[in-house]
Design a protein around this ligand. Structure first.
Ligand code: MN
Length: 488
């Protein structure tokens, strides 16, 4: 991979934009990672380059691609986040910081790690660009999984399926989702993967092409007659999705009837319904296999018409009909959505609630950077996620303080709290913590009780209950000291 290819790809989607910052980010990262090698033996810079390239494929903006190039610099080299901030500005530095924080989650037991990672993703979701970078980073790591020991391969694949894939699906980034799934499938179930790959890729390839040509030759004149411009392609079925289908319905490969699937891309929504009419006139539709996801989109915003017909030779043939815009949205998810809204303007459609909120904010702002900055996903707004020095993540209510954090970690740490170090700087015990803060509590061994004054600012019930309990006890003990004869 080269920086030239990245810049070229970026300009396809953002013509006329000044890409100097990409060249500079590349120079900076190359020098920083010089002499470092990946496990596979290739030079380290290839990894950020590939990450950045995948980002341009999902049409990410300039700052995001630049951050993709820089994403491993603070963690793995002598250059710091502060250097990046000075050279590339706060926006890019903020994205790199997000990725660096995600990387700080340590692996200590499967359950805990997954929980921490999930929480951290939620914390970072206030700027979805961080998640996009993390996903592209992960995809490149998956593609080079070959060079890791088998134990680690399995763990990474499992974790990707459990955490990354559902989030990618939620955000509608199906392109990343499928690619991740098929790689994970290969490492987790190598035998099943190979068998399916052989059947699907090798055995069926010739047959698929012959059938495709036949459908095309029948469909083409009818669509031309109806005045519909179109492109048609064989829909690539993903091995993992075939595998899941076989599991769920306990069917054999040959019985998965919609393995032959075609995709029709037409200029307008009107053309979608017109083409559907053409297809249904040519071939009889299967009962209950028609879905109108244009009128009623899927929760992640996916739109298309789906139908299965008794095609040529009586073979079940599935069609997906959509516009170019719907097509790109189905592949790039929210990323494409922003891109389209910003680049071209478009008709709106029904979207899930939380996406709706993003879109509302978006309507008010025309500039991409401003837009992404202002996006706060309301579902996570009343919670913050705070790191312990060991890399555990604690979920706290908004405006929680170091004392709340201390009690969340351990009762004894709460009771003996004397000071707080927040993001490597001394902080006060009553200051409001922010999402993603790293907090270390300084304890005082001989401190007998928690301070009753803490009740004035703590936010969690847990902290309040413990402080009250000790306050009561300390009052009683004080009374006992003054009245020596009293019975315990
Ligand atoms: Mn990386």
């Amino acid at each position: 991979m080269t920086i030239e290819r990245i810049i070229q790809k970026f300009k396809e989607n953002h013509p006329g934009e000044d890409t100097t910052v990409l060249s500079l980010a590349f120079e900076f990262a190359s020098v920083a990672h010089a002499n470092q090698k990946r496990q596979s033996g290739e030079s380290y810079i290839q990894h950020p380059l590939h990450t950045a390239y995948i980002l341009t494929e999902i049409k990410a903006d300039l700052a995001t691609v630049a951050a993709g190039l820089l994403h491993d610099v603070p963690e793995d080299t002598d250059r710091t986040l502060e250097d990046i901030k000075i050279l590339f500005g706060p926006d890019i530095a903020m994205l790199v910081e997000g990725i660096t924080k995600l990387g700080k989650i340590k692996y200590r037991g499967v359950e805990r790690y997954r929980e921490n990672l999930k929480k951290m993703f939620l914390a970072m979701s206030s700027d979805l660009r961080v998640i996009f970078i993390k996903f592209c980073d992960r995809l490149n790591n998956l593609r080079t999984l070959e060079s890791l020991p088998p134990e680690k391969q399995k763990r990474i694949a499992q974790e990707t399926l459990e955490i990354y894939v559902p989030i990618a699906s939620l955000l509608g980034i199906s392109r990343l989702k499928w690619q991740m799934e098929d790689i994970c499938f290969k490492f987790l179930y190598p035998e099943e993967y190979q068998e399916l790959e052989y059947k699907y890729e090798v055995e069926k390839k010739v047959e698929r092409n012959r059938f495709f040509q036949k459908v095309k030759s029948i469909l083409n004149p009818k669509l031309m007659e109806a005045g519909i411009q179109y492109t048609i392609e064989v829909r690539f079925k993903h091995l993992y999705s075939i595998y899941l289908k076989m599991q769920k319905k306990e069917r054999k490969f040959n019985e998965i009837y919609d393995v032959f699937a075609l995709r029709l891309i037409v200029p307008t929504i009107d053309d979608c319904y017109k083409s559907l009419g053409v297809i249904h006139t040519l071939w009889k539709p299967w009962p209950n296999r028609f879905k109108d996801y244009i009128a009623v989109p899927k929760p992640n915003g996916y739109r298309s018409l789906h139908t299965t017909v008794f095609g040529p030779e009586g073979k079940a043939t599935e069609f997906q009909i959509r516009t170019q815009e719907m097509h790109e949205e189905s592949i790039y998810g929210l990323a494409a959505h922003w891109y389209y809204k910003i680049q071209k303007g478009s008709e709106s459609y029904k979207t899930p609630g939380w996406v709706e909120e993003i879109l509302d904010i978006q309507k008010e702002i025309s500039n991409t950077n401003e837009l992404v900055k202002k996006i706060k996903l309301n579902i996570f707004q009343d919670r913050i996620f705070v790191f312990s020095p060991r890399g555990d993540v604690f979920e706290l209510p908004e405006h929680a303080t170091p004392i709340d954090f201390a009690y969340a970690v351990h009762t004894n740490i709460g009771n003996k709290a004397a000071g707080a170090i927040i993001n490597d700087k001394f902080g006060s015990l009553d200051q409001k913590l922010k999402n993603g803060d790293f907090v270390e509590i300084v304890t005082e061994k001989n401190r007998p009780y928690p301070n009753r004054d803490w009740l004035k600012f703590v936010k969690t019930k847990r902290a309040r209950d413990h402080i009250k309990q000790f306050a009561k006890k300390s009052t009683l003990e004080n009374i006992r000291k003054f009245i020596p004869g009293i019975k315990k």
